[in-house]
Design a protein around this ligand. Structure first.
Ligand code: ATP
Ligand code: MG
Length: 201
């Protein structure tokens, strides 16, 4: 059986909290690969950086890890991103459940809101979910179907993309919060220089 991890996110920008979570779950579940899937562009223009910038930052951040890959599935699909569609696309790429186990990785904040996602119960049938600890959020599966989720403690990284965006807007450094190549990409493209960067997604 092939074992594939899926790390969904806006990745605006990708940071070391995302990377540590993916690396820990890869090792703990002996995953063959972890696929990072940046979300599509939301309808409201300007709320997040262009999909192509978020995709490229994710590629830059993951390029050195032979088990990390990036999928364009969500950014190339029209309309809003729903994880149930991401899972269907990953099934199509990686094969049926008879040959491939999918593990969808979420931080504690996302796991707490997951029952509000489209077709949530179908999602739980399509993949095993892995909830990871995140500073500032309680990690619990009390609200979720039995045996659908495994909770994993990962090294505490008190980093969020929204805090990184605010730091850039305020002229504060993001070195060591995001990979070096991502700092350089943010500067090259002039991302996050305006105001209104502080809302988490
Ligand atoms: P924002 O502040 O804009 O919401 P974010 O840091 O939460 O950004 P997302 O792209 O929204 O990043 O998150 C993608 C996934 O990564 C989610 O499942 C989220 O819970 C998880 N995640 C993000 N940061 C961390 C972290 N520091 N530790 C563990 N999990 C994290
Ligand atoms: Mg978030």
């Amino acid at each position: 059986m092939r074992r594939i991890g899926i790390m969904g996110g806006t990745f605006d920008p990708i940071h070391h909290g995302h990377l540590v979570a993916a690396s820990e779950v890869q090792a703990r579940f002996d995953l063959d690969e972890v696929v990072f899937v940046p979300t599509g562009q939301p309808y409201e223009k300007g709320r997040v950086s262009p999909a192509e910038d978020r995709y490229l930052m994710t590629v830059i951040a993951t390029a050195s890890n032979p088990r990390f890959h990036v999928s364009r599935a969500d950014i190339d699909r029209d309309g809003p991103t729903y994880t149930v569609d991401t899972l269907r696309d990953m099934r199509a790429v990686y094969g049926p459940s008879s040959s491939t186990d999918l593990f969808f990785i979420t931080g504690a904040d996302a796991l707490n809101r997951i029952l509000g996602w489209k077709d949530a119960l179908e999602m739980f049938r399509m993949a095993h979910f892995v909830g990871v600890t995140r500073p500032g959020f309680e990690l619990t599966d009390d609200h979720l179907p039995a045996h659908s989720v495994t909770l994993v403690e990962v090294p505490a990284m008190a980093i969020s993309s929204s805090a990184c965006r605010t730091r850039v807007a305020d002229g504060q450094p993001v070195w060591y919060l995001v990979p070096d190549g991502v700092v350089q990409y943010i500067n090259k493209r002039g991302l996050y220089r305006g105001s209104g960067n502080d809302t988490p997604v």
